[in-house]
Each structure stands twice: as C-alpha cells, then as structure tokens.
Design a protein around this ligand. Structure first.
Ligand code: SF4
Length: 280
C-alpha cells in the first residue's frame, strides 16, 4: 500500500498552525527523508491568531529546518503579502481589509473568510510558482470522519479544481491520540489549552464558528480579545442589519462581553462548533 505521506508530485502542505497539521508535516518529513522537491508549506495568517500559534509556526520551521511560507491576504492584484514572524499582522488587519472590501461580515452561511483569507492567498502563491495542478495536504484526522467525508466527496477545494485534496492522516488512520502522543514526546509544543482534542484558542481567537460558551470562556480569560470583534460588528457596512453581525442566531460580541457575568442564560449550552477548512 502506498505511504499516504509520500510526496511524488507538486504538493502544498496547508499548515494551520495547530498540532495536527504540524504532526502531519512531521510525518511527511519522515516519509520523504526531509522536504521533497516541489513541496511548499504555507501558513495563512488572518491577523487574529494567538501569539502562541505564531511562535509555534516559527518553532516548527526552525526545529525541523523547513521553510514555512507565511502569507496574508491583501487587496492587490497579487492577492497576498509574504510576511514572517516579525512582520505578521496581530491586530486583525488582513481580516478587517477583507471585511471592508466585501462590505459585510462573514457568518455561518457565508464563510468567505476561510476561502479569502486562507485558501486563495495560498493558491495565488502556488500559481506564482508556475504550478497548474497540485496536491493539497490538509490536517484532517481519521477521527474527524464527517469533515473527511465532505472533503473526499468534493475531491478538490471549493476554490480550484486544479487542486487535489489529500488527507494523509485519514488514510493512515491517524487520530487525536496519535497527535497527542507525538507532542508528549517533543521538546516543544503549541502553548494553547486543549480540551478533548480541540485547541480552544486555535485559529482566529473568537471565531464565530466556535460554540458560544467557548467564546464566552475565552472572553472571560481575556476581555480585550472581544474588542476587535465588537469593532467589526460596529462598522457601518452596506448590508445592515443582517450583514453587521457574525451570527444572527445568538448574541453579538458586545452583548457577550456586557452580559458575561450576569446573564449566563444568554448562552445556549447545546450549541456545537462548526467545522471549516481552517483546521485544528
Ligand atoms: S477561524 Fe473562523 S473566523 Fe477565522 S478564517 Fe476560519 S472560519 Fe473565519
């Protein structure tokens, strides 16, 4: 049987900055005795990643001696800006630029932030290398069957039919236990809290797809983290009122921050997170 981590054609490794995609990268390096030719590792920064994530991405590159390309969305013909740990946005600048361009907020029905902030900048970067068709390795695990099935049914990304989605961890049966076991043996780790295999602060800090109670807990731990989300919902956008909230089926970020302590019943304990391309 073919080793799912073996690379034989132009391949982009989508590195989300989480433990799972980092583990996938490590398995690729083991299977190929280093980074194969015609392989690009990309990390798309939204400007709303936790500082620990940025440190982790830098540390993976340094410790494993591989180039990780840091990209940020920008509204130019090129479509992305190459950045690094020092120059990466930390105040949501790429995300805000996208919102101002689209004139409405992403939401569970129209999750354009994933494709515009992450997928497209990667595609544009890849095409700059002259690639026409390529494999995209994404860090979905074997215990994430619903996500895997959805992606497998599509076969390619929502943005390009020239890209073949590959999930080597699914093919190899790699689960959250394998990921955790691996990181327990490493000299470094992602310094973010994990509960039941989910990194609560992973991806955009208060992503609207995280359950309300999770966002509430994160705001309680760091009240300042709500400021950017509140500011975005306060923007004068074209499609008010529906386009001026990240979610219409729950409280605004301002409401969550305001009623944090007194109105616990504002939050629905049954809501679950929704998966997106953004990964672990
Ligand atoms: S983590 Fe959430 S808010 Fe950030 S790009 Fe992904 S879906 Fe959008």
């Amino acid at each position: 049987m073919r080793d799912p981590f073996k690379i034989t054609q132009p391949t982009c490794i989508s590195f989300s900055g989480g433990r799972t995609s980092a583990y996938m990268l490590w398995r690729v390096l083991q299977a190929n005795h280093g980074l194969p030719e015609h392989t690009l590792i990309c990390f798309a920064n939204t400007g709303k990643e936790a500082e620990a994530t940025l440190r982790f991405v830098r540390e993976c590159a340094e410790r494993w001696c591989v180039p990780i390309h840091w990209l940020e969305y920008c509204d130019t013909p090129l479509g992305f800006t190459p950045v690094n740990f020092e120059t990466a946005s930390r105040c949501g600048e790429p995300f805000e630029a996208l919102i101002l361009k689209r004139r409405y907020l992403p939401n569970p029905v129209s999750r354009f932030c994933t494709s515009e902030l992450k997928i497209r900048p990667m595609h544009k970067f890849i095409r700059q290398h002259g690639w026409q068709d390529w494999d995209q390795l994404i860090g979905i695990r074997a215990d994430e069957q619903r996500r895997a099935a959805k992606i497998r049914a599509r076969g390619h990304s929502t943005e390009s039919t020239h890209e073949t989605m590959r999930m080597p961890l699914v093919d190899a049966g790699g689960t959250v236990h394998d990921v955790n076991r691996f990181w327990q043996t490493q000299a470094f780790n992602l310094e973010l809290l994990t509960v039941n295999g989910r990194t609560l602060e992973g991806n955009c800090d208060l992503c609207f797809l995280k359950p309300q109670r999770q966002r509430l807990a994160l705001i309680r731990a760091n009240p300042k983290s709500a400021d950017w989300w509140i500011a975005m919902e306060a923007l004068e956008l074209a499609s008010r009122p529906s386009g001026a909230r990240f979610r219409n089926d729950g409280p605004t970020y301002a409401e969550m921050a305001r009623f944090l302590i007194n109105q616990g019943d504002l939050f629905d304990s049954s809501d679950a997170s929704t998966s997106c391309f953004c990964g672990d």
